[in-house]
Write a protein that binds this ligand. Structure first.
Ligand SMILES: [Fe+2]
Ligand SMILES: [Fe+2]
Length: 474
């Protein structure tokens, strides 16, 4: 018998909720089994300097200490309730926010929660092997932090399933531990979460691009009329910020190191840079193209009646819904979407209600563009004439209006043959992956040391110095 209030930090009165306790009593050992099986390789005895969420207070929620990851206290936290909160959009706009699942939306809501929940363990599975090739203790600690928090995000969704969806919720919670990233028979639900994350450049790109998709989905769900979902997602966003920080600074440090080596040695040729043990900017651009394009697919079809239904029903809002100045029902509003007509990309307007996926994707692209500009500044400051660019939205897409088409990064519609001829100028080739992999054949474990291909960060975690022993192997 688990002492829930001690073991599972929470603000949902878990100690007094017998039904929830029974469900978790069954699920928690299965979760640990999954963690041993699919969590970070060989890590179970490591002492890791981690933060644990122990409350929802804005400046007191994170507690830092050495923890063995299987003993991490995965908690259940919801942003405190606002008694006056309403449904803020769709046909139920103005009604009090729902504290229980509206019967008519039960299966839709369950599907939304399961789809979000599925991404959380998926990314842990994708990153399972990376600890064995970490570039420093600082970076090792960061990936473990991301992993345990994705574990907590799974808990957050499982809490909703257990608490609000009865037996079918419990079944879905088990299925979340049964699917496996990349598995042919029982894969994760969404495409990008079945792609491998083979190396640390891919990991940083993933946390920059794909965790940011997570942010935008959570922001849209944080507007939900179903109040427990909104409050859960609101709190998850506080953790997501760190994941994106790890990604942005990770890529930035790789760029910085490459630029340093380019200047010190006065070389530009990728082959020369590779010989010097750093990742050439061309390869970084190709990784960027890959992760950007597979992440854009996560937003779904440009025109979608599901997206319209989620909005009209009050289940999933827009990015910053309550800050937007319109009627919040989108009556008569239109939105531009792209499509290819006669070999040319054209824009047409469609009812805004049906284009909500595209709109969220566009909001995401704006934020991505800002981050890429910050990476560009590192290159500019080194005085190197190289431009990082975001490929055209239609490049390398498998979902939506561009699916099945062959769009170049510049936005030209090509024949399959012409596109394939250039594929590995635009996307990482097997040789590119093999090269990046070759840099990461072992791990760097001496405190304060960093692999040759990445610059140290500006500062440590929680005001600790860079030479702090962020992970103890025992
Ligand atoms: Fe997450
Ligand atoms: Fe995340």
């Amino acid at each position: 018998m688990i002492n829930y209030t001690e073991k599972i930090p929470n603000n949902v009165d878990l100690g007094r909720d017998r039904v929830l306790q029974r469900a978790l009593e069954h699920w928690q050992p299965a979760f640990l089994g999954w963690w041993y099986d699919m969590g970070p390789a060989e890590s179970r005895n490591y002492d890791v300097y981690l933060r644990t969420a122990i409350s929802v207070e804005p400046d007191g929620w994170a507690q830092f200490d050495y923890v063995k990851m299987p003993e991490y206290r995965w908690g259940v936290f919801l942003q405190p309730r606002d008694e006056n909160r309403q449904v803020n959009f769709g046909t139920h706009k103005g009604q009090p926010a729902w504290q229980e699942v509206p019967g008519e939306y039960r299966s839709t809501l369950r599907r939304i929660i399961v789809t979000q929940g599925d991404t959380e363990p998926a990314s842990v599975e994708q990153q399972k092997m990376l600890g064995l090739s970490c570039p420093s203790l600082y970076d090792l600690r960061n990936i473990f932090q991301v992993n345990v928090e994705e574990g907590r995000h799974l808990w957050a969704m499982v809490y909703l399933l257990h608490r609000y969806f009865g037996r079918d919720g419990r079944e879905e919670a088990e299925a979340l531990l049964a699917r496996r990233s990349g598995d042919t028979d029982n894969p994760r639900i969404l495409g990008a979460f079945n792609e491998p994350t083979p190396d640390w450049l891919a990991f940083y790109m993933f946390t920059f691009f794909t965790d940011r998709d997570g942010k935008f989905q959570l922001c849209a769900l944080a507007e939900s009329g179903f109040d427990p979902l909104a409050r859960t997602c609101r709190f998850m966003l506080t953790e997501e910020a760190h994941h994106m920080f790890v990604g942005e600074t990770g890529v930035s440090r790789i760029i910085q190191r490459t630029c340093e080596v380019m200047k010190e040695n006065k070389v530009e040729d990728p082959a020369d840079l590779r010989a010097l043990g750093v990742i050439d900017l061309e390869t970084i651009q190709k990784y960027l193209n890959f992760h950007y394009s597979v992440t854009l697919d996560l937003y779904g079809s440009d025109v979608s009646s599901n997206a319209a239904n989620y909005f009209t029903s009050g289940l999933k809002g827009r990015f910053r819904e309550t800050k937007l100045e319109d009627d919040h029902v989108l009556s008569g509003a239109v939105y531009p979407v792209s499509e290819v007509v006669g070999g040319k990309i054209v824009t047409k307007t469609v009812p805004a209600l049906t284009a909500l996926n595209e709109r969220l994707r566009d909001d995401y692209i704006d934020e991505i563009a800002d981050g890429v500009r910050r990476w560009q500044r590192v290159i500019d400051q080194a005085g190197i004439p190289f431009r990082l660019t975001l490929p055209h939205k239609g490049f390398h897409r498998e979902i939506g209006n561009f699916a099945g088409l062959f769009i170049s990064p510049e936005g030209e519609a090509l024949t399959e043959e012409a596109w394939k001829k250039h594929e590995f100028e635009w996307l990482p080739s097997p040789q590119d992956y093999a090269f990046v992999q070759s840099l990461m054949s072992g791990r760097v474990t001496e405190p304060g040391k960093f692999a040759n291909w990445i610059a140290p960060p500006l500062r440590g975690i929680n005001n600790q110095p860079l030479h702090f022993e962020y992970v103890r192997f025992n």
